[in-house]
Design a protein around this ligand. Structure first.
Ligand SMILES: [Fe+2]
Length: 259
């Protein structure tokens, strides 16, 4: 806004406009344009925020049907953003925060295409079941394909199960894995370790950190795991508190829908 006023007055100065009325007219015009721009900016911000809240609510309601997914995507989203916020500026410039929010939230939406018998199996999956399970990143991308705005994050979603040593779903190694996919992967692994599932209890923060450090350089990005371990424990745990808060709001909406 200040910049716009300065530009207008510089124009007045350089064209040597002496008439007071012309100056007032230009000033009023500048105020009008600035007000309209601010209004458009706030409206766009509101629309983005609403779109994101709707996406969170939809994912929450979908996950609420599966005890093993309930809150997982929201947790991965919170943890991914926490990692992003703790990245040095140079790394942050490589990723758009808004895109990361959406990619982390939708990374497992393809599990909608995996039968519940496989998702909730209280034992190890057999090779055929693993083949079905391994298709969920691809199904996520198929679900999101009609949305053009998701073009940028499709690779982040499809490669969220890649491993640094190249033994992931698609066998893509280290630096070839998009940096954002590596962030989601650390967040996804921490969430999967700490959240209770029907077939296992959730582990503590300390146990999860120990496991992450054990698999860094093989499954997970060494730098990102080191960074994650330096984030204060209370900040990491606060991610789950926010998830629980969101889920409690969504549960009341889901209950209303069931009535
Ligand atoms: Fe996944």
């Amino acid at each position: 806004m200040v910049l716009l006023f300065c530009v207008v007055y510089l124009i007045i100065f350089f064209v040597k406009v002496q008439t007071v009325w012309v100056g007032i007219l230009l000033f009023a015009g500048a105020v009008f344009v600035t007000t309209v721009l601010l209004w458009i900016f706030n409206l766009t911000k509101e629309i983005r925020s609403s779109a994101f809240s709707i996406s969170e609510a939809l994912i929450g309601i979908v996950e609420a049907r599966d005890p093993n997914l309930n809150g997982h995507s929201l947790h991965v989203q919170e943890l991914s953003l926490l990692i992003y916020k703790n990245l040095p500026a140079g790394f942050k410039r490589r990723i758009n925060e808004e895109n990361l929010k959406y990619a982390a939230l939708f990374h497992d939406v393809g599990k909608l295409g995996v039968p519940e018998a496989i998702l909730n199996k209280p034992a190890s999956l057999n090779p055929d079941e693993w083949n079905v399970m391994r298709r969920h990143p691809e199904i996520s991308v198929q679900i999101l394909r009609p949305l053009k705005s998701f073009d940028l994050i499709k690779e982040w979603i499809i490669f969220h199960h890649e491993r640094i040593d190249g033994s992931g779903y698609y066998g893509i190694p280290g630096d070839k894995i998009p940096f954002a996919a590596r962030i989601i992967s650390v967040a996804d692994t921490y969430s999967a370790i700490t959240m209770a599932r029907s077939y296992k209890p959730g582990k503590t923060y300390e146990e999860a950190i120990e496991i992450l450090q054990r698999v860094e350089g093989k499954q997970l990005d060494t730098y990102l795991v080191s960074l994650f371990c330096t984030i204060p424990k209370e900040d990491v745990l606060a991610c789950m508190d926010r998830v629980k808060e969101k889920i409690s709001k969504q549960s009341s909406v889901a209950e209303m829908l069931e009535v």
